[in-house]
Structure formats: structure tokens, C-alpha cells
Design a protein around this ligand. Structure first.
Ligand code: GLA
Length: 458
């Protein structure tokens, strides 16, 4: 429900080994006992890649892996952060002067995004301080949304410390907006599923207004996540923002071609909505209006009747102003076709035909092809992993998340799962050259998990 807030659960900490360990570590770090705990899950996107920021619906589910934070509010106006992973150093700052450094995506900056989002929402200049110990088990830079889980968790921590209330939808919107302080122009998928997920069901997430609808996945199949072990941090490079800008420019050129008021248009979905036509028709409009050869900034300026200066300062993001090549045709084709695949996927799940696993698999394969060839957000390792997964029994396999590394998701008939896992492990992870770090190797079946929660010690 749109107005529902994240749940609070009373738990016996002693009965939950991870909570208990966190409580003990918190005590040795800060010399006190946490007042409460918050968890926010990562996610796997089943289908609908790179279309949320274009205004289109996506179909993710939460995974069981999450960010868990132990919290103690303090009266000092200081925010003290520590992480159970020694790779992430301690950090402390005044709660009243939060600065987020866009130049380096350091872990604590994601936490600060969540704090700042809540602080700004309530217009608070004064925030109480807190001691926080963070424990995450979502593999980082792997397309499973470890960073958004941290932003969402920090947002819910701050809300709880303030003793205020917000709905899951409000929290998701605030956190999606505030994660942009890191510098990436992401859509709202990751934050939405982190708050709106429910155990046992994937969700169709729709935007403007944000809402989530259950999508029942086939009972005869299992979704398997496999990490390519190529790390991709979308805030550390401009790949991600370049795609967002290419989609923005494609939307403007399409709008201009159709004599719409192009300067107000930011998303490809707005063009479709204004024209009132189907996604299939939008694909035809794209073919008429745009050419497959890449555009340079001069041509874009000529098409829109603007100066290079206007293009750079009024349309492009700070880290894409020097880009010289924009592939507008390919990006728009991906977005409109992927948006259609999401709707087909949902329809098949609802109608549950006998060959549904095969049909869903085909859509996932088409999605991967489009990501690889039209959106160019795959990499050789992901392509290889997808091929291996299909070879050993997946009906469909595709990259998931932002891409350029990270994980694949595959749909595997339940009876083939044991042999699938064994064979993929042998073919991809047991490399003779030993080039894959064992601690990053992950291959696991996953089920739709629940959303963000607050835990109080009973
Ligand atoms: C990242 C972004 C999401 C979405 C995906 C790609 O995870 O945070 O908003 O755009 O990439 O589908």
C-alpha cells in the first residue's frame, strides 16, 4: 500500500547470530549497546534494464543479502560511522554539516546521502548525532545494488533516530533523489524495491507516481545469480551518465521531429505519452527520426537549434560535457524494446501458459542481446557467463543491474538446478589460470525477499 511505513519487528537478538555479532562488535567499538537495528536489501533486476530513468517500468525482486546497521542516537551532534568490513575505514563528521564528495565514491558518502535526504525532506538544520556500525553482505560493484541498499538503510536509520514517520513510497523517492548527490543520475528502481519488496513475490515497479504490483514468478523455475567477478562501480566512471544523457538527447530529438515542445522533455517515455502511441509505434518513429550513425555534439546542436554552450550547461551532466559521440538511435531502440519486454514478461507471469519458463527465458535472452548490442553495457566476461549459463540449462540468461561487469541472472528449470550450479561453477569459476579471486566468486539461487525493516531488541 502506498501509505504503509516500513515495519518494526521485535526480536530476541541472542537468537539471530548476525545481529548478536553486530551487537557485540558495536559494544567493543563504541562501548555501548545499540538502541535499534535497520536492514535494507539489495536486489536483482529480472528484466527492464536502463529504462527506469527513461520513465519505464522495471521488474526486480529483493535478494536476501542486505545492509544491516546497528544504531545508537547520541547527544553530541556527531555522526560516527564504522563498518564491520576492515576495507571500509571509520568516518566521523558533524551531523549539521554534511558534505558529500562527488569526486570519490567512498563508502561513507552513500550513508551520508541517506542522512541528507531525510534531513532535507524535513527541512532540518539541526540533526542529533548517532553511532552506527554497518554490516553488508551484498557483493559490492556487482549490479546487486549494494550502494542503494546503504543509502536506503541510512535513510531509514535517520528517520528512526528522528522519531518521524514516512511511507515506503516517500522513503524510496527521497533516497532515489538523494543518491544522486554521489553524481550518478540513476532512476528509482533500486531504492523502490529496497523499500517496497515483499517476500515471495517480484514486483513491477512503475514511476510517476511510484507504485509496485506483485508479479508471481513461475513455481517450476529458479532464478540464479552469477557474478562475472568484473567489478563495476557506476559512480567511478562516466559510462552510466553517458547513457542517461544519450537517452535524454534522443528524447529531445524525437520530440523535435514530432513538433512537440522538446525543451521540456527529459525522458523517452514522455515522448510516447505525448504522442499517445504504442511502444511498437515508438520503435518505428525512432527509425524515421534518428540515424544509426553516431551523433556528434555539433549535429545535435544543429538539430535542436542550440549552441554548444547551451548543450553542455543546460542539458548534459557535469561529467558528460566533454563526450564527443552519442549513439541516440541504438539507445532509444533498446529502451522502447526493453520497456515492451517488461510488459510481456508480466503478462506471461499472469497468464501462466504451459511453456512459460521458455517464453520468459526468451525475453531475458532478447534483453541481454539488446543490452549487449544496442545499449553496449555488457562486457566479454558477462557475455561468456551468459553463454555458459544457457549451455548448462538456463532457459534465459542476461546481465542484471547497470552492467559493464557485475552479475548475470538466469532462469533455470527447478529440476536442472543441481547440475546447472555444478557445471557453471566448473566452466566459469574453476579457471585454470586462477584469475578469479575466490572471495568474489558467487553463484547462488535466489528467492524474492522482503523489504527494509527496523528491529528492536525484545
Ligand atoms: C543502476 C541504477 C538503476 C537502474 C540500473 C539499470 O542500478 O541505480 O536506477 O538504472 O542501474 O537498469
Amino acid at each position: 500500500m502506498a501509505t504503509e511505513s516500513p515495519a518494526t519487528r521485535r526480536v530476541q537478538v541472542a537468537e539471530h547470530p548476525r545481529l548478536l555479532k553486530l551487537k557485540e562488535m558495536f559494544n567493543s567499538k563504541f562501548g555501548s549497546i545499540p538502541k535499534f537495528y535497520v536492514r535494507a536489501p539489495g536486489r536483482v533486476n529480472i528484466i527492464g534494464e536502463h529504462i527506469d530513468y527513461c520513465g519505464y517500468s522495471v521488474l526486480p525482486m529483493a535478494v536476501e543479502q542486505d545492509v544491516l546497521i546497528a544504531v545508537e542516537p547520541v547527544k553530541t551532534y556527531t555522526l560516527q560511522l564504522a563498518n564491520t568490513n576492515p576495507l571500509y575505514p571509520d568516518f566521523s563528521t558533524s551531523a549539521n554539516n554534511i558534505q558529500i564528495d562527488k569526486t570519490k565514491p567512498l563508502w561513507h558518502n552513500y550513508f551520508l546521502c541517506g542522512v541528507k535526504g531525510i534531513q532535507e525532506h524535513f527541512g532540518l538544520s539541526n540533526l542529533t548525532g548517532m553511532n552506527c556500525l554497518v554490516d553488508g553482505n551484498i557483493p559490492p560493484s556487482s549490479g546487486l545494488s549494494s550502494s542503494s541498499a546503504l543509502v536506503c538503510c541510512a535513510g531509514l536509520v535517520t528517520l528512526t533516530v528522528l522519531g518521524r514517520n514516512l511511507s515506503k513510497v516517500e522513503l524510496a523517492e527521497i533516497c532515489a533523489k538523494s543518491e544522486r548527490y554521489i553524481g550518478t543520475e540513476g532512476g528509482g528502481m533500486d531504492q523502490s524495491i529496497s523499500f517496497l519488496a515483499e517476500e515471495g513475490t517480484a514486483k513491477l515497479i512503475e514511476f510517476s507516481p511510484l507504485r509496485a504490483t506483485d508479479v508471481k514468478l513461475p513455481s517450476g523455475a529458479v532464478f540464479v545469480i552469477a557474478n562475472s567477478c568484473v567489478e563495476m562501480n557506476k559512480a567511478a566512471t562516466s559510462h552510466f551518465n553517458i547513457r542517461v544523457m544519450e537517452c535524454r538527447l534522443a528524447a529531445k530529438l524525437l520530440a523535435k521531429y514530432k513538433s512537440l515542445q522538446w525543451d521540456k522533455v527529459l525522458r523517452l517515455e514522455e515522448v510516447q505519452a505525448k504522442l499517445g502511441i504504442s511502444l511498437e509505434e515508438m520503435l518505428l518513429v525512432t527509425e524515421d527520426a534518428l540515424h544509426p550513425e553516431p551523433y556528434n555534439p555539433e549535429e545535435i546542436c544543429r538539430c535542436l537549434g542550440i549552441s554548444l554552450e547551451e548543450l553542455r550547461t543546460q542539458i548534459l551532466s557535469p561529467n558528460t560535457q566533454e563526450v564527443l559521440i552519442f549513439k541516440l538511435y541504438q539507445r532509444a531502440k533498446h529502451v522502447y524494446s526493453e520497456a515492451a519486454r517488461v510488459l510481456q514478461f508480466k503478462k506471461i507471469c499472469e497468464e501462466a501458459p504451459e511453456d512459460m519458463v521458455q517464453l520468459l527465458g526468451e525475453l531475458m535472452n532478447q534483453s541481454h542481446m539488446s543490452c549487449r548490442d544496442m545499449y553496449e553495457c555488457s562486457c566479454p566476461e558477462l557475455d561468456q557467463l551468459v553463454d555458459i549459463c544457457r549451455k548448462f540449462g538456463a532457459q534465459g540468461s542476461r546481465l542484471t543491474g547497470a552492467g559493464w561487469g557485475g552479475c548475470t541472472v538466469s532462469i533455470v528449470p527447478a529440476d536442472k538446478l543441481p547440475s546447472f550450479l555444478a557445471n557453471v561453477h566448473k566452466a566459469y569459476y574453476q579457471r585454470s589460470d586462477g584469475s578469479l579471486a575466490p572471495e568474489k566468486q558467487s553463484l547462488f539461487a535466489t528467492k524474492p525477499g522482503g523489504g527494509a525493516l527496523v528491529f528492536l531488541e525484545a
